[in-house]
Design a protein around this ligand. Structure first.
Ligand code: UDP
Length: 375
């Protein structure tokens, strides 16, 4: 008997982190995998779907200029509901904490379809940081049937919220599976030439003054270290792109570019001395590549990289960022220590683990065990 699983994805990191699960499903005879793209971020999603060779069965094409989270959700629910009506899935799966993932969980809940949450249990416990993602995470946890936690810390956060232990599974992060897969296809890293910083920033809570502070810090750093170059793939959101162009464009040692192809980006990470980012996925990937990260936020839901010494919080204050970068660039022992290859986010087998857990529960259900769709 074949079971149908609908995988919902809307943004670049969701495509990256769902790809290993989709790949495992495509190889499993017991499951029919259906991919629904909300296309919350049209261009970045398409770039990644093409790179990872993920075929989309339902393209909801929901992105609109200036869309609000409520507007997006209001259009997403009926569109996704139609997909669920058409496909009659046994399970809906989605990864992360965007409006698309919340919409998928809510839609599945309305139809009493079991929802599996990939990368469950990440928490800052502050609804403002990150906004709106932290709220979505907490609300998704209320209705999910399976909570696939990437780390023990994430599992503990779910237990502390009263989620039943038998619904929580520590799988590792599927982003590490994707990274290993990419590295396998990419071949050996070329030797790094000179000292370089890779920068990415895109979080809503950094828009405005914090972003300008970060860019002021970058200008100060290149002035202070004449041998250091900065590469910055600029997020297309005008709240990021406009100040980036205004403050950083034209500097001979700051290279602004469009978002990079995933393989190209990994290659950039491999060749950089140091990464400055507010990205979640990059905080997870960098330790596995032996690259130190300064997190451009005041908090992180990825404390494992801090604990193992691969990353540090640098905040968004210009003076503090300059101090943190200077300390690292001027203290080779510290930089070497932070550059050890470490795997706090998994062993690259999370996708298969998730599928095996789903299979085990489906077999148990067929054998008569009661598996309620939701809490
Ligand atoms: N990434 C990429 N190209 C870029 C920047 C990032 O392929 O120019 C990848 C990166 O390797 C990581 C993911 O995109 O896997 C992170 O996405 P993002 O920072 O947008 O989201 P977050 O991880 O914060 O949810």
């Amino acid at each position: 008997m074949t079971n149908t699983i609908v995988c919902v994805m809307g943004t670049r990191p969701e495509a990256i982190k769902m790809a290993p699960v989709v790949r495992a499903m495509k190889a499993a005879p017991w499951v029919r995998c259906v991919v629904a793209a909300t296309a919350q971020h049209r261009d970045l999603l398409d770039q990644m779907l093409a790179r990872l060779r993920i075929a989309v069965d339902h393209d909801l094409d929901l992105m609109m200029d200036g869309q609000t989270s409520s507007g997006l959700l209001a259009r997403m629910l009926p569109a996704l509901d139609e997909v669920l009506t058409h496909e009659q899935p046994d399970i809906v799966l989605a990864q992360g904490d965007t409006t698309s993932v919340f919409g998928a969980a809510l839609c599945a809940f309305h139809r009493r379809i079991a929802f599996g949450h990939v990368e469950a249990g990440l928490r800052t416990s502050n609804l403002e940081h990150p906004f709106p993602e932290e709220g979505y995470r907490q609300m998704i946890a209320r209705v999910a049937r399976w909570h696939f936690a990437p780390t023990i810390g994430a599992a503990r956060a779910l237990l502390a919220e009263g989620i039943a232990e038998d619904r929580i599974h520590v799988t590792g992060n599927t982003g590490i599976d994707a990274l290993f897969q990419a590295l396998g296809e990419m071949g050996a890293a070329p030797a790094a030439s000179g000292r370089s910083i890779l920068l990415t920033v895109h979080r809503r809570e950094s828009f405005g003054a914090p972003l300008r502070d970060i860019f002021a810090a970058i200008l100060k750093i290149v002035e202070q270290f004449p041998d250091v170059c900065v590469t910055y793939p600029v997020h297309p959101n005008p709240n990021v792109r406009d100040p980036a162009n205004e403050m950083l464009a034209g500097h001979p040692r700051i290279r602004l570019c469009d978002p990079l192809d995933y393989f190209e980006f990994i290659d950039r990470m491999r060749r950089s001395t140091l990464i400055l980012t507010d990205s979640g996925g990059i905080q997870e990937e960098a330790p596995a590549l032996g690259k130190p990260v300064l997190v451009l936020r005041d908090t992180t839901e990825r404390p494992e990289a801090l604990a193992c010494g691969s990353s540090r919080l640098a905040g968004t204050n210009a003076k503090r960022i300059v101090e943190e970068v200077s300390t690292l660039l001027e203290t080779p022992d510290l930089l070497t220590e932070m550059s050890q290859v470490r795997y706090p986010y998994g062993d690259g087998k999370a996708g298969q683990r998730i599928l095996d857990i789903l299979h085990g529960d489906i077999v148990a259900k067929r054998a008569g065990a009661v598996l309620p769709a939701t809490h």
